[in-house]
Design a protein around this ligand. Structure first.
Ligand SMILES: NC(=O)c1ccc[n+]([C@@H]2O[C@H](COP(=O)([O-])OP(=O)(O)OC[C@H]3O[C@@H](n4cnc5c(N)ncnc54)[C@H](OP(=O)(O)O)[C@@H]3O)[C@@H](O)[C@H]2O)c1
Ligand SMILES: *[C@@H]1O[C@H](CO)[C@@H](O)[C@H](O)[C@H]1NC(C)=O
Ligand SMILES: *[C@@H]1O[C@H](CO)[C@@H](O)[C@H](O)[C@H]1NC(C)=O
Ligand SMILES: CC(=O)N[C@H]1CO[C@H](CO)[C@@H](O)[C@@H]1O
Length: 313
């Protein structure tokens, strides 16, 4: 099996990030036995993936850490530095005093001394005993929370820091008092929710966009425009959807727990879409899959979905 050489993008922190991430997001992961997941991730490293995306809330930090240790032990990679590991601060820890302990717990679970990228998962704070389906919202103080993220960076525990699910307006607020700008904003981005405005805004601010749900949302996999392009190019529909994200200057975080599809998804770097194909993709009707409505309430910080997204819906 040939190992794919994945290109890297340079972040505003000066660090380089591999241009495709392997997602280990929540519900699907919990259905797979841990040892099997470890082996899938080791297989992904053998295939050429170097960037692994996890989060405190996913429950997959341990398996990512175990796979990294196994890849190192088995000589698949020569040093920890060859991998790029992203994790995320969950909303229950989105407070000045809770950020550092949360990252320390993440590092303990990963068995690593640092993460390459640490993200604020949502511009939201929930009480300690909240769950996503029973959220008790608290006030999210972006300035103080970000200052604590910056401290993690200064301590060397996170090489780069960033955000997730932030609108342009919320990024602008964060930047008002930031000393270190966010390196990455991880958001829903796919052919069915192209995020034109946000992509443009982040480009101006030199914040890299990492795209979650590149395939799984918005019926991307049934899209007739992509289907046609895929047939013409002798590529799979998923490859076209992922390549499109890469050509927008963003990088996909894709999740597959299937060996063949893991291989397929990484083979997007030695061909390109034509201008005409890109134009056709731009015409696809737009719709956001994740509205975040579970975080909106009359007595909370965000009273409507419009407020949560600052009208960017
Ligand atoms: N920051 C955030 O708030 C946030 C939110 C959501 C997700 N994420 C991250 O982004 C990652 C990806 O998002 P996601 O899990 O929502 O969705 P996704 O990667 O867009 O789609 C996953 C689905 O697509 C299937 N799939 C993958 N490759 C395929 C291919 N080549 N052909 C056909 N089907 C394929 C997978 O099934 P098989 O496993 O059977 O291949 C799975 O059902 C997550 O794992 C997580 O790390 C972050
Ligand atoms: C930034 O700091 C100033 C001065 O302390 C404060 O007035 C302002 O509200 C802060 N902005 C944010 C978004 O926290
Ligand atoms: C189409 O792609 C497959 C898989 O990459 C390859 O084996 C096959 O030779 C290609 N066919 C043509 C006509 O290029
Ligand atoms: C509204 C929105 O797009 N929010 C997404 C942010 O991230 C979570 C995952 O933690 C998604 O489920 C949401 O849809």
């Amino acid at each position: 099996m040939d190992t794919v050489q994945v290109p890297e993008v340079e972040l505003n922190s000066g660090h380089k990030m591999p241009a495709i991430g392997f997602g280990t997001g929540a519900s699907a992961a919990s259905a797979v036995p841990a040892e099997q997941l470890v082996q899938l991730i080791v297989g992904a490293i053998a295939a050429g993936y170097r960037h692994f995306d996890t989060a405190a809330i996913y429950g997959t930090e341990e398996v990512v850490g175990r796979a990294a240790a196994e890849a190192l032990g088995g000589g698949l990679i020569k040093s920890r530095g060859e991998l790029f590991v992203t994790s995320k601060l969950w909303c229950t820890d989105a407070h000045r005093d809770l950020v550092l302990p949360a990252l320390q717990e993440t590092l303990r679970k990963l068995g690593l001394e640092y993460v390459d990228l640490y993200l604020i998962h949502w511009p939201i704070r929930m009480s300690k005993n909240s769950s996503i389906h029973n959220a008790e919202m608290m006030n999210f103080d972006v300035r103080e929370t970000w200052a604590a993220m910056e401290e993690c960076c200064r301590l060397g525990l996170a090489k780069s820091i960033g955000i997730s699910n932030f609108s342009s307006a919320k990024i602008a607020k964060l930047l008002e008092n930031a000393t270190i700008p966010p390196a990455v904003n991880q958001v829903e981005m796919n052919v069915g929710w192209q995020q034109g405005k946000l992509v443009q805004f982040c480009r101006e601010k030199k914040i890299h966009i990492s795209a979650w749900s590149p395939l799984g949302a918005n019926a991307v996999m049934e899209n007739p425009v992509l289907k046609e392009i895929a047939v013409n190019k002798n590529k799979t529909l998923a490859q076209v959807a992922l390549r499109w994200i890469y050509e927008q200057g963003a990088t996909p975080t894709v999740r597959s727990f299937n060996k063949e599809r893991i291989m397929q998804n990484i083979q997007i770097f030695d061909w390109e879409l034509s201008d005409e194909e890109v134009h056709k993709i731009r015409q696809i009707p737009q719709h956001r899959a994740g509205s975040g409505k579970e975080f909106v309430s009359a007595d909370g910080q965000y009273k409507s979905i419009e407020e949560l997204w600052d009208g960017e819906i």
